[in-house]
Design a protein around this ligand. Structure first.
Ligand SMILES: Cc1cc2nc3c(=O)[nH]c(=O)nc-3n(C[C@H](O)[C@H](O)[C@H](O)COP(=O)(O)OP(=O)(O)OC[C@H]3O[C@@H](n4cnc5c(N)ncnc54)[C@H](O)[C@@H]3O)c2cc1C
Length: 421
C-alpha cells in the first residue's frame, strides 16, 4: 500500500459499495486520502453477502500461471494487478479482519465461517475508523459537461468534482443487489466502449420433457464430467425447471455461450461415470441379471441416481439402447441439447463491460483521466472458483495505487462540490 499523502487532503469519490469499491476506498483512506463511497442501496456489499450464502469462495490456491489462465483473453491485462495483490495477500487481508481462511480439497479458498457477514461487518468498521464516508441510498446518474459527478438520492440532486473518481458499479446480474448495469448508458454516452453485458457462470436452458421436470427439477446429479467442444470439467449438475445449473455448467459457460451465440444452441456432453473407463462400464453392465430392467442395471451395476437415469431417458426419448455396449457408450457420453442461456439476472457474474483497451495499466479511463474502473464493470470473465472476487480485489488495489500516483503528482487537491448529501 502507499505512503501517507502530505499537504491538503485530496478527495476521491468511489462510486459503488461492493467489494471492488470498498477495497479501493481502504487503500486510499489508508494512504490519507479523504474518501467518500457512494452506494445506490441502503447498505453496502449486498452481492458480497449473497456470495457468502454459497460459502464465499474468496480466491483459489493454484499456482499463479494456472490461476492467470482462468481469465482467458483478459489475462495479459490483469497479470500485473493479480501479481501485486495475490491470493495470499487476499488471505492475509481477510485474516487481518478476524476471518482466517482455509484451502478446500479442490484448492478453493474460503473464510472459516463460510460466510461474508462477519467479514463485511469488520471491514465496514475498519473503513469507518479510517474516516471513509459511506453514503448509501445515493445513486450516480452521470457526468455533467464540465466533468462533475451528478448524484441523486431521496433528498435531491448534488454535484461533486473530486480529485479522482473510482467507478466500481459491478455487473448486471442479481439487480436486486443494486448491480443493475445502468451505468452502461452513462459511460457509453461519454464515448467509452462498453462490450455488451452477457450472463457468465450461468445456467443453461434445456427443453426437458414434462415427465423429467416433474420428477427431477431441484435434484442434483453429482460427480459427473461434462464437456463442450474441447473444454471439459468435473462437478455437479442441478436440474431446474428450465434446464441446468451448478458448478459443472458454470465452468463451461464460456464455450456454451459461444456456441449459443454462434448457432442458437449447444450440446453439453455428460459422462455419468467419470471414474470408470468405458470398458469397466461395459463389463459392469454385462454382469446384470437377465430379468433386470435397463433402469435397474444402471442403478445396481453403475450406482446411478434416479435423476441420472432420468437424464439418459430424456436424452433418448425414453428409448434406452437395448444393446449393452451402446448403453455403456451412452452413459459415458450423454448429449444434452442446450437451447439458450439462463437470463443475466440469475447469473453468478457478467461477461462484457468496459473494454480493457479503454483503460491504462492502472485501470484509468484513457478518455477520462482521473476516472478509474475496477471489478466486474471491466470486460473480463472467469469461471467460479474464487477468480471473480480475486480479480475484483486486485483491480481495486491497482486502481487505488493509480489514483495515489496521480494525486502524488497533482499540484492542487480538494474537491469542489455543492455538498455530498
Ligand atoms: C449468487 C452469487 C454468488 C457468488 N459467489 C461468488 C464466490 O463464491 N466467489 C467469487 O469469487 N465470486 C462470487 N460471486 C461474484 C462476486 O460477488 C462479484 O464478482 C463481485 O461482487 C463483484 O464486485 P464489484 O465490486 O465489482 O461489484 P458489486 O459487488 O456488484 O458491487 C457494485 C455496487 O455498485 C452499486 N451501484 C450500482 N450502480 C450504482 C449507481 N449508479 N450509483 C451508485 N451505486 C451503484 C451497487 O449497489 C453495488 O453495491 C457471486 C455472485 C453471485 C450473484
Amino acid at each position: 500500500m502507499s505512503d501517507h499523502v502530505e499537504g491538503p487532503r485530496p478527495v476521491v469519490v468511489v462510486l459503488g459499495g461492493g467489494p471492488g469499491g470498498l477495497m479501493a476506498a481502504e487503500v486510499l483512506a489508508t494512504a490519507g486520502v479523504a474518501v467518500t463511497v457512494v452506494g445506490a442501496m441502503p447498505s453496502v456489499g449486498r452481492k458480497f453477502l449473497l456470495a457468502g450464502r454459497g460459502g464465499l469462495n474468496l480466491t483459489h490456491s493454484e499456482p499463479f500461471d494456472a490461476f492467470l489462465a482462468r481469465y482467458g483473453t483478459a489475462a495479459p491485462h490483469l497479470r500485473t494487478a493479480l501479481q501485486n495483490f495475490t491470493s495470499d495477500d487476499l488471505r492475509a487481508w481477510c485474516a487481518g479482519l478476524g476471518e482466517p481462511t482455509f484451502v478446500g480439497s479442490s484448492g478453493r479458498v474460503f473464510p472459516e465461517s463460510f460466510r461474508a457477514n462477519r467479514l463485511l461487518e469488520a471491514w465496514v468498521a475498519r473503513l469507518t475508523d479510517l474516516g471513509v464516508d459511506l453514503r448509501t441510498g445515493q445513486r450516480w446518474t452521470g457526468w455533467h459537461d464540465d466533468g462533475t459527478l451528478e448524484l441523486r438520492s431521496a433528498d435531491g440532486v448534488v454535484t461533486v468534482r473530486p480529485d479522482a473518481t473510482v467507478l466500481a458499479l459491478g455487473g448486471a446480474s442479481w439487480p436486486s443487489t443494486g448491480s443493475d448495469g445502468s451505468w452502461r448508458q452513462l459511460v457509453g454516452a461519454a464515448g467509452v466502449e462498453v462490450t455488451p453485458l452477457r450472463p457468465a457462470n450461468s445456467g443453461v436452458d434445456v427443453d426437458w420433457t414434462p415427465v423429467f421436470v416433474d420428477r427431477f427439477a431441484g435434484e442434483p446429479i453429482k460427480n459427473v464430467a461434462v464437456r463442450c467442444g474441447e473444454e471439459r470439467t468435473r462437478g455437479e449438475l442441478m436440474v431446474t425447471e428450465h434446464g441446468l445449473e451448478g458448478g459443472a455448467v458454470y465452468a463451461l459457460s464460456r464455450p456454451l455461450h459461444d456456441d449459443i451465440d454462434r448457432s442458437g444452441g449447444a450440446v453439453l456432453r455428460v459422462d455419468l461415470c467419470p471414474d470408470l473407463e468405458p470398458d469397466a462400464v461395459r463389463q459392469r453392465i454385462a454382469r446384470r441379471r437377465a430379468k433386470d430392467s435397463r433402469s435397474t442395471v444402471l442403478r445396481r451395476q453403475l450406482g446411478l441416481a434416479p435423476a441420472a437415469v432420468g437424464l439418459l431417458r430424456d436424452a433418448t426419448a425414453n428409448q434406452l439402447p437395448a444393446d449393452d455396449d451402446a448403453l455403456g457408450a451412452l452413459v459415458k457420453d450423454v448429449p444434452v441439447r442446450v437451447t439458450g442461456s439462463a437470463p443475466l439476472d440469475r447469473a453468478i457474474s457478467t461477461a462484457g463491460g468496459i473494454s480493457l483497451d479503454e483503460v491504462d495499466e492502472h485501470f484509468m479511463l484513457r478518455r477520462r483521466p482521473g476516472t478509474f474502473v475496477v471489478g466486474e464493470m471491466l470486460d473480463w470473465e472467469a469461471p467460479t472458483g474464487g477468480y471473480l472476487l480475486q480479480a475484483t480485489f486486485s483491480t481495486a488495489v491497482a486502481a487505488a495505487q493509480g489514483v495515489l500516483d496521480l494525486l502524488g503528482g497533482s499540484a492542487a487537491h480538494g474537491a469542489q462540490h455543492d455538498e455530498l448529501g
